[in-house]
Design a protein around this ligand. Structure first.
Ligand SMILES: [Zn+2]
Length: 167
């Protein structure tokens, strides 16, 4: 894992600082994926820093781990990979997490992050599937899925609701 970085960059003003503000807080365990069937966790302890330029305190961040996240980006991608061809609930079960975790990861990782031009690149024709979902206690959401061109045998798979249990 290497030595800790000596300095951190202030998220408020961008200045580099070496002033560790106070004692580090407790260790955090973040999920990093599965290797030969075993869950791998990283133990991290972000240090609080104090920025001499703008006089604000901030907490160190690590590459590949978003602030407050209990999973690395790689760990999140593994959770999402279990969604292929199955339901949100099944994917959650396979990962040993709650449905809400998978839903949050999905929202953070996928929604709004795939530009339309990239999604449609290389397609000679486009068939869109438009679906309305409403998560319990949340706003109505409309998803637009590109369904074609896909081989006929794939159509059945695509006809299943992308997120069962939300109707
Ligand atoms: Zn600053």
């Amino acid at each position: 894992m290497g030595m800790p970085e000596k300095e951190a960059r202030c998220p408020h003003c961008g200045a580099a600082t070496r002033r560790v503000h106070s004692r580090s807080k407790a260790w955090r365990r973040v999920f990093h994926g599965t290797v030969v069937g075993r869950k791998v966790f990283l133990r991290i302890r972000p240090r609080p820093f104090y920025c001499g330029s703008c006089k604000k305190a901030f907490t160190e961040t690590f590459p590949g781990i978003e602030k407050w996240s209990r999973r690395t980006i790689q760990g999140e991608q593994e959770i999402l990979s279990h969604l292929v061809g199955t339901s949100l609930h099944q994917a959650a079960k396979r990962n040993g997490v709650g449905d809400g975790v998978v839903r949050r990861v999905l929202k953070r990782r996928v929604m709004g992050e795939v530009p339309m031009e990239v999604a449609l690149e290389g397609l000679s024709e486009v068939v869109l599937g438009i679906d309305e979902h409403s998560f319990r206690g949340q706003k109505m959401m409309i998803t637009v899925t590109s369904l074609a061109p896909v081989p006929p045998q794939d159509l059945l798979r695509h006809r299943q609701p992308p997120l069962p249990g939300n109707r």
